[in-house]
Design a protein around this ligand. Structure first.
Ligand SMILES: Cc1ncc(COP(=O)(O)O)c(C=O)c1O
Length: 458
């Protein structure tokens, strides 16, 4: 099904964050798109237009948009215990069970789990724990946090400070002092002529080390990174990148927070991105597919070293003074437990390992398109780069907003993708089938043709 997408996406972006919108809804070109229902990997708006959602909402609707089993579990949990908190020595059965399950499936030995409601809160919690840890081991000045350009860790104040998104800092007075950013591993865009992936990875690791030395290693507390960058545009690390970056962190006793908010729970073809790239983080943050996006829940997994320091400091201070009203909410933890059970039963990892390479093969064919400069991906995450001149790797002028043109073209073809600048990222629900991948890629190809027809200079 095709229809004319509204042409003022920017106004709609702003509008869609602020409610109520009754007036705006009368002016459909300005107002938000109202998604009314979903089933499988598709959503339908209130005018009846169907879209294949190759973005899984915001990388989270891993089981699609309606799930009877999860609905039933939420309903039953609400009848049994619809709310309780984790304060003052209390917990609940589903939070205990979920923490145990997370520790069982963790990519390396982890010791404890802290619950929150969003990826942002998980990363804020991890950053606070870095500070607390270093205070506990007598190095309170080791507080600086290093993130990466284009990295995204959430919208709360500390998480966005760690993110390398200048547009999300501007006029918020952020990042906070003490947050630094190093280069992101986008080989295609950033390698110099003749530089191999390995050489590029060495250059980035050297840049990280130079930054740590310039700041003073005694002041650098942690490095935070996504195994594969999502909101940066589906950026897969170049060969040897992680091994070299982690060696630098170890040399300077800098803690490593792996932000698995997107990569966790199968997205890269393993349960964790940390397994795919052999990462050894001190803390792991996760959310999104943890509950198939059906409940707002996140978790921070911490290792024994961080836990022991935390315990020591809490004893000294009399309490561990940190928490959220809805952390470990029994309905969210019940739904997350059921989600993980469904993944096991459907052999979700096996499925991603089967359909992921199929997606990557079809994506790689798009490299021949005149607009497409680079295609990359792993598992069920893929990214491509729209370029003005492929041969010289020249991007389009920002004002041309080619990404937005492509976004609108995809919508007209009944397809939702994630557009970041001139990058298109795909992260479909993990349940996607090969036939659905065919459909997604056919529509994406058409959207690229439509975009090319609009931007080509003959
Ligand atoms: C890698 C990563 N970390 C953290 C977040 C923030 O998660 P939330 O929006 O649940 O706060 C996101 C959101 O997209 C993300 O992609």
């Amino acid at each position: 099904m095709t229809y004319a997408a509204p042409n003022s996406l920017q106004a709609r972006d702003i509008a869609s964050l602020i409610h109520p919108q009754t007036d705006l809804l009368r002016h459909r070109e300005q107002g938000p798109e109202v998604i009314a229902r979903g089933a499988g990997i598709s959503v339908t708006d209130d005018a009846g237009h169907d879209f294949l959602d190759a973005a899984a909402g915001l990388w989270c609707a891993s089981l699609g948009y309606a799930n009877e089993r999860l609905a039933r579990v939420a309903y039953e949990q609400m009848r049994r215990l619809g709310y309780y908190h984790l304060y003052r020595g209390t917990t609940n059965e589903t939070s205990v069970a979920l923490a145990e399950k997370l520790l069982r499936i963790a990519p390396l030995p982890m010791s404890k789990v802290l619950f929150q409601c969003s990826g942002s809160e998980a990363n804020d919690t991890a950053i606070k724990l870095v500070w607390y840890y270093h205070a506990a081991i007598g190095k309170p000045e080791k507080r600086k946090i290093i993130g990466r350009r284009m990295g995204y860790h959430g919208s709360t104040s500390a998480a966005i400070s760690a993110s390398g998104k200048p547009d999300m800092h501007a006029d918020f007075g952020l990042p906070f002092p003490g947050f630094r950013h190093t280069e992101f591993p986008h080989y295609y865009r950033l390698h110099s002529e003749g530089e191999t992936e390995e050489q590029f990875a060495s250059r980035l690791a050297e840049a990280l080390e130079a930054l740590i030395l310039a700041e003073g290693p005694e002041t650098v507390g942690a490095f935070i990174a996504e195994p594969v960058m999502g909101a940066g545009g589906g950026i897969v690390p170049p060969r040897t990148y992680w091994e070299k970056m982690q060696a630098v962190l170890r040399r300077h006793a800098v803690l490593f927070i792996a932000d698995e908010v997107i990569c966790g729970f199968g997205r890269t073809g393993n349960m964790w991105g940390s397994e795919t790239y052999d990462l050894a983080p001190d803390m792991i943050t996760c959310a999104k597919a943890l509950s198939a996006g059906m409940q707002p829940i996140s978790a921070v997994l911490i290792n024994e070293r961080v836990y022991q320091a935390m315990l020591e400091e809490s004893r000294k201070l009399g309490s561990f003074a940190h928490g959220f009203t809805y952390a470990g909410h029994p309905v969210t933890t019940a739904v997350a437990l059921e989600t993980l059970a469904i993944y096991d039963e459907m052999d979700m990892l096996g499925h991603v390992r089967r359909v992921g390479p199929y997606l990557q093969t079809l994506m790689s064919r798009l490299a021949a398109h005149p607009l497409v400069g680079d295609v990359r991906g792993v598992g069920l995450i893929a990214g491509l780069e729209l370029m003005a001149d492929k041969a010289s790797r020249a991007p389009f002028p920002v004002e041309q907003k080619v990404g937005r043109i492509a976004d609108q073209a995809a919508r007209r073809r009944g397809l939702i993708v994630r557009v970041i600048g001139d990058r298109i990222a795909l992260s479909p629900p993990l349940i996607i089938t090969e036939a659905e991948i065919d459909d997604v890629l056919a529509r994406l190809g058409q959207a690229l043709d439509d975009t090319w027809a609009e931007v080509r200079r003959d």
